[in-house]
Design a protein around this ligand. Structure first.
Ligand SMILES: [Fe+2]
Length: 230
């Protein structure tokens, strides 16, 4: 029977890709995205506190909930101050960190190392800087992990940092002095003169079970800026 319904007659039809204007490549970046220029970075603005909710304890990665056991490994404090190139505090920005557990394993579905997971290690945390640009976290001293099994290259212990203000997100890493894997780590070598600024400065503390703290100040912009990943 002939189908007179125009809608039904369209069912199952195959759409053909028509000719294009051949201009697709002009509408996408043709090279890697780069660090935003200094002039634009001066517009780095506080993250809208209404857009992010920080619950108490989210800066403590060593317990997944109040009353739960502390994660395995050495509890460390990580704190610092985030400023612009003139030393002006950058307040009310969202600071997030994530690091591997004692055994070098991330709490992340894409970590396929097979290293031991710690059910009591949160693995990532967040906080906001205060009005003087300060932040503080408690986490576990991260284990090293074999980043390149084919050539036996280990990553030095490190903590990933994300700093978000307005629509800008900057990513960097903090390292630990004396780690034997620093000198063979491409991500550390690329830091060049910014390398010393990427190493946490150890101090003594007695908070939340930590005995050692690592001060990691972050400068956004200027000649003394931290290195941010592209
Ligand atoms: Fe990592």
């Amino acid at each position: 029977m002939k189908n007179n319904n125009p809608n039904q007659s369209q069912l199952g039809r195959k759409l053909k890709a028509g000719p294009t204007d051949g201009a697709a490549e002009t509408r996408v970046p043709d090279s890697n995205l780069r660090l935003i220029p200094k002039s634009a970075r001066s517009t780095f603005v506080p993250y809208d506190p209404l857009q992010v909710s920080i619950k108490p304890g989210e800066n403590d990665l060593t317990r997944i909930a109040p009353g739960r056991s502390v994660a395995e490994g050495e509890v460390i404090e990580v704190s610092g101050r985030i400023t612009d190139e003139y030393g002006k505090p950058i307040k009310q920005v969202l600071v997030e960190i994530w690091n591997a557990n004692k055994w070098g394993r991330y709490t992340h579905i894409e970590d396929h190392t097979g290293y031991q997971l710690d059910p009591n290690f949160l693995g990532h945390g967040k906080t906001m800087t205060d009005d003087d640009g300060n932040y503080v976290f408690w986490t576990i001293y991260p284990g090293s992990y074999l980043a390149r099994p084919d050539i036996g290259r280990w990553r030095p212990a490190h903590i990933h940092f994300s700093i978000r203000g307005g629509s800008v997100r900057l990513i960097t890493q903090m390292y630990f002095k004396g780690d034997k894997n620093l000198e063979t780590d491409p991500m550390f070598i690329v830091l060049a003169e910014a390398a010393p600024r990427s190493i946490g400065v150890e101090y003594e503390t007695q908070t939340n079970g930590a005995k050692r703290g690592f001060k990691f100040d972050i400068v956004i912009g200027g000649a003394n800026a931290n290195y941010f990943e592209k």
